[in-house]
Design a binder for this molecule. Structure first.
Ligand code: SF4
Length: 230
């Protein structure tokens, strides 16, 4: 039997080391799984997996040890409760979002609201891109989601009476980590979304396959990159 692993990956089912066995990667907006979501994940893990889950660094929950023949049933059960498939491969990954001022006492911006606006602008997890691409949002300069270490990192920032977002571009982790550089301005939510759109469009158009944004910026130079995205 031939299995289209890439198609399954796009549906959130990642190949395991054992043939015919997959890990389901899930995500939910801003990492806020409800009790209903967790009950469904628990049920699915017991019914189709080995009864446990794994928490990812991008605020998702994975269910390992799902058999190939159960994939359609599992997919239906997660969809029924509104759980989304997580992304892997050369795509926009799940955006990690700290609580911001929703409940963290240090938060100065509503991180969940910004994330909702990003999704409403059509910038969605799973978007095909030349390589992995990560966005993170933090509610204050403590930057618990590590704004400096992702392709686009945003954190709440204040300058006098102005409260908005500081934006870092071009960071990444992995084998060849890079620290992103900070743009010289505090951005409103709408301005931040405009930057995200421009950077992703530029990256999609100009990067070679498997070239991360940091390496594209190094190739063309930071000033050329900034001019290109205005
Ligand atoms: S980045 Fe700031 S607002 Fe977000 S969790 Fe950390 S301390 Fe709280």
């Amino acid at each position: 039997m031939s299995i289209d692993y890439d198609a399954l990956k796009k549906r959130g089912f990642l190949r395991s080391k054992e043939d015919g066995v997959f890990t389901l990667r899930t995500r939910i907006a801003s990492g806020n799984y409800t009790g209903e979501h967790l009950e469904a994940i628990s049920r699915i893990a017991k019914k189709y997996g080995k009864g446990f889950t794994h928490l990812t660094v991008r605020q998702g929950i994975e269910i390992p040890f799902i058999r190939y023949e159960d994939i359609d049933a599992v997919e239906k059960e997660i969809k029924d409760v509104g759980i989304l498939p997580g992304a892997s491969g050369p795509r926009l990954r799940a955006t990690t979002v700290c609580p911001g001022n929703n409940w963290c006492k240090r938060g100065i911006v509503n991180t969940f609201a910004l994330f909702e606006k990003i999704e409403n602008a059509g910038i969605l997890c799973g978007l095909d891109l030349p390589h992995k691409f990560k966005i993170v949002i933090s509610g204050c300069p403590n930057t618990c989601t590590r704004a400096q270490s992702s392709e686009i990192g945003l954190h709440g920032a204040a300058d006098g009476k102005t409260i908005g977002y500081a934006v870092y571009l071009g960071g990444c982790g992995g084998r060849f980590p890079r620290i992103g550089f900070k743009l010289d301005k505090i951005f409103t939510e709408d301005e931040a979304i405009d930057v995200i759109k421009k950077v992703i469009t530029f990256y999609k158009t100009h990067a070679k396959p498997r070239q991360r944004l940091a390496l594209l910026i190094e190739q063309i130079g930071k000033e050329s990159f900034l001019n290109a995205i205005q």
